[in-house]
Design a binder for this molecule. Structure first.
Ligand code: ADP
Length: 499
């Protein structure tokens, strides 16, 4: 490897926003740029992104960090890409234009299609093949919906030009100037079209959803050579050597490469992911079996509890209800009252994921009385994030032999000290927060750098990560755990709200 390589670059395309980060030889952050992403809510339960905006921002953010770091693109050894998962789109490979907005993972528009599949007794074979619970969350029904819509909107359209992909595939295709149409196995495992045993598209599932294999990207290992950025984009051909789903990237960054190690990321949603090694573990408690990552020779698997709406509730307090001006403000607001004054919030803004999998659940505030103020409402929303994680930790404990004794966290909302303390209280175990909360970006940078030899050793890289703070269960634990029982009652009432 040439000696002038000083950095690796991570592109982290999240649900709330997009990021580019330059990492140095020690795995430390040198520069970063971030921009929030526009959310479109065309109907209740529908969520869309403009894939054109995602690509324009990606290009802009990469150029911005390179310029601000005062470096040459030729000094970048490799590029790692990590993305919001399941979100998918169709585009025209001749014009490069998306044929519709991307449908975001939180979107519930295909719930009726899923219900029909449930009635046709397809849930079990789908779970057997993909490791996933049949739900509108995953890409398959979204792609089927997009194909239908695009065909009915443009009856004369030549569909042989249309290709499909998740956000990694879209951005990889653009980064390589339309040369590479591929995805990695961790992202593919979230589409509900990949067979977990073969690690490739399942012909029966493609038939079931009426999706032609020729539109689908090639499934590749997460760690390997995907191609290089087109020279004129950033001024150098940077090798693209790692692609992960965002949760899998965070798992990689935390050093969770062996069974028994797990992490929870607090972003738009919360995702508790436990490494199970090269063994596929099937859950008895509605958790997902998924690919952690793959290299040329090996595939690692994970068990996952996906909670759809956590940080997103905080965005909603800010942008929808306008109860707060910024997310960090919730910390002081929550700490200004001793409790939520009897208010319980059910964060089912996109239905409920693990462990309920209820597409018809909707959000609700319950227990409101005349003395309730803004602070109590806000506090109930933050508490509900911790309660959801508690439910999934309980489910994982029921699935495993050893009870979880420490929760490693990361993600935007883990900055919130109130939330982390309340989480430790309600779980009754310590919560460990690292110094670098962008584990997602960090994981993809680590992966990309390891493939090209920029980083010599994974274990050493992971050992350099530092803990910022450990939250121990404290004086609030007893009340938090009692309130968790009340909250479960509220959840029961919010379930099956829409048919
Ligand atoms: P994603 O990768 O899903 O886009 P991030 O990890 O970037 O998510 O985190 C963004 C989320 O974190 C937003 O939903 C935001 O509301 C939440 N967030 C950011 N800062 C705070 C904070 N100080 N307190 C609580 N939530 C926060």
């Amino acid at each position: 490897m040439s000696n002038n390589h000083e950095y690796v670059i991570a592109i982290d395309l999240g649900t709330t926003g997009n990021r580019a980060i330059l990492f140095d030889k020690d795995g430390a952050i040198v520069k970063q740029a971030y921009k929030e992403l526009t959310q479109y809510y065309p109907q209740p339960g529908w969520v869309e992104h403009d894939a054109g905006e995602i690509w324009r921002e990606t290009r802009q953010l990469v150029n911005e960090v390179i310029a601000e770091a005062d470096t040459q693109p030729s000094q970048i050894a490799a590029l790692g890409l990590t993305v919001q998962r399941e979100t998918c789109l169709l585009w025209d490979k001749t014009t490069g234009k998306p044929l519709h907005h991307a449908i975001v993972w939180q979107d519930r528009r295909t719930a009726p299609m899923c219900r029909q599949l449930h009635e046709e007794r397809k849930a079990e074979p789908i779970q057997q093949r993909t490791g996933l619970v049949l739900d509108a969350y995953f890409s398959a029904t979204k792609l089927a919906w997009l194909l239908d819509r695009v065909k009915s909107d443009n009856p004369n359209l030549d569909l042989s030009n249309a290709i499909a992909g998740t956000i990694d595939t879209w951005v990889l295709w653009n980064l390589t100037g339309g040369k590479v149409h591929a995805t990695d196995r961790s992202n593919a495992s979230r589409t509900m079209l990949m067979n977990l045993e073969t690690g490739d598209w399942d012909p029966q599932l493609l038939r079931l959803f009426d999706i032609s294999e020729s539109m689908m990207p090639k499934v590749m290992p997460s760690l390997g050579h995907f191609g290089a950025t087109k020279g004129d984009l950033f001024g150098a051909e940077i090798p693209i050597t790692a692609i992960f789903g965002d949760q899998q990237a965070a798992l990689f960054a935390h050093g969770c490469d062996r069974p028994g190690l797990l992490k929870c990321t607090y972003g738009t949603g919360c995702f508790l992911v436990a490494q199970t090694g090269t063994e596929m573990v099937r859950s008895q408690n509605q958790l997902l079996t998924t690919v952690a990552w793959a290299d040329e020779n090996t595939t690692n698997y994970a068990l996952e509890g996906a909670m759809f709406t956590t940080g997103a509730c905080i965005q909603w307090l800010r942008d929808g209800l306008e109860l707060i001006k910024s997310a960090p403000e919730t910390q002081t607001l929550c700490e200004s009252v001793p409790d939520s004054n009897g208010v319980f919030f059910v964060p089912a803004l996109s239905g409920l994921g693990a462990p309920h999998w209820d597409m018809g659940a909707r959000g609700s505030f319950q227990g409101i009385t005349g003395g309730v103020r803004r602070e109590h409402m806000v506090r109930s929303v933050l508490e509900s994030i911790a309660y959801q994680v508690k439910e999934v930790v309980d489910a994982m404990n029921r699935d495993g032999d050893t009870a979880i004794s420490l929760l490693k966290v990361d993600g935007g909302a883990s900055q919130n000290d109130f939330l982390m303390q309340f989480q430790a209280d309600v779980l009754g175990i310590p919560v460990e927060r690292p110094a670098i909360l962008d584990a997602t970006a960090q994981g993809s940078a680590f992966g990309a750098g390891l493939v090209v030899g920029f980083y010599p050793d994974y274990a050493e890289l992971v050992s350099k990560r530092q803990v910022d703070r450990t939250f121990e269960p404290g004086a609030g634990a007893e009340k938090a755990q009692a309130d968790f029982e009340m909250w479960k009652k509220a959840v029961d009432r919010a379930k099956n709200w829409v048919e």
